[in-house]
Write a protein that binds this ligand. Structure first.
Ligand SMILES: *Cc1c(COP(=O)(O)O)cnc(C)c1O
Length: 324
């Protein structure tokens, strides 16, 4: 099976270093993987996926890319930059806060200006803001957009939410290999999880090793949809690589209790964790993903569920700090 191709956009391997002050404070050996410093279009985990997705869009001759998400999506920002570089129109169908139907519509909002929206505008993203609804409604709106563009002769490449396709997950198999190549070994990896391919790729890479991967869900997800999507993504990676790792639901450790009220709404625990990382280490987290994941990490340490050598995967998200 030939390895999937990519166009290099990010600075990788990203830095990996110890957090000395927090390690001492928490009584564990805490390290951090700096995917906030991927360097492309403001940084963040999505750059890894976009290296493969933009390659595929170009090889399919696309002149328009269609994606979807929340208005403050970090993915849209980074994808928009890649599209601009290669002369491809980037259309993003966005809601303020899409939600899982089973969890219900959240109270509260994300700002439709500031943060990532400033950068989307800079990169020339065509943002199509539609009224809030659940993920199925967003999927339907996005499909409408694809059809409208095709009707005027565009060659459209549609991208999965958050770049969570087999290619997106594969980019995080390679990210996991950066850890192995560095020679470092961890008992635990803690990562935020939302559209799932970050968690999927890392779980795939570390399956059967001494490293246990824990994902902290950023969305209330009463029907366990995300974990099932992650298992499905791992199956697609197997298929793409011609391998048979066969990850199952029990290989996916996804924690639901740290997401707060809703996706995109900051939580008190998350805000506290942001302050802890800022003041003890000078590390800036975000209110939508990494702050909540760090709150999970702190709580799991307090419960003694986490000990030994722990790696926190910093997935980025800085711009949303300026949108709340
Ligand atoms: C998208 C995103 C995540 C979640 O990654 P997924 O691969 O979508 O699960 C975490 N943190 C930040 C900052 C993100 O933008």
């Amino acid at each position: 099976m030939p390895a999937p191709e990519r166009i290099r956009l990010i600075c990788s391997p990203t830095p990996l270093h110890r957090l000395n002050h927090l390690s001492e404070h928490l009584g564990i050996d805490l390290w951090i993987k700096r995917d906030d410093l991927t360097g492309f279009a403001g940084g963040g985990n999505k750059g890894r996926k976009i290296e493969f997705l933009i390659q595929e869009a170009i090889s399919k001759g696309a002149d328009a890319v269609v994606c979807q998400g929340a208005v403050q999506s970090n993915f849209v920002r980074q994808l928009g930059a890649a599209c601009a570089m290669f002369g491809i129109e980037c259309h993003a169908v966005v809601m303020e806060l899409p939600y899982y139907a089973a969890a219900g519509k959240p109270e509260g909002k994300e700002l439709v200006s500031g943060g990532n929206v400033v950068l989307d505008t800079l990169f020339g993203v065509k943002l199509h803001l539609v009224p809030d609804g659940d993920w199925d409604e967003l999927d339907a709106r996005t499909e409408d957009m694809v059809e409208r563009l095709q009707a005027i002769g565009k060659k459209v490449y549609k991208v999965a939410t958050g770049g969570s396709s087999a290619l997106g997950a594969y980019s995080f198999v390679l990210a996991g290999q950066e850890i192995d190549a560095s020679g470092a070994r961890f008992d635990y990896v803690v990562t935020p999880s939302s559209s799932g391919s970050t968690h999927a790729g890392l779980a795939y890479q570390f399956l059967g090793s001494e490293t246990h991967v824990i994902g902290i869900n950023a969305d209330p997800d009463p029907e366990d949809e995300l974990a099932h999507n992650i298992v499905e993504l791992c199956a697609e990676v197997d298929e793409m690589l011609g391998l048979t790792k066969g990850l199952s639901r029990r290989d996916i450790d996804l924690r639901m209790e740290f997401c707060g009220e809703a996706y995109g709404i900051p939580s008190a625990e998350g805000n506290r964790a942001i302050e802890v990382f800022a003041r003890r280490e000078g590390i800036i987290l975000d209110p939508v993903y990494t702050g909540k994941a760090a709150a999970g990490l702190l709580e799991l340490v307090a419960r003694k569920e986490l000990s030994g050598r722990v790696l926190f995967w910093h997935t980025g998200g800085l711009p949303t700090l300026f949108a709340h």
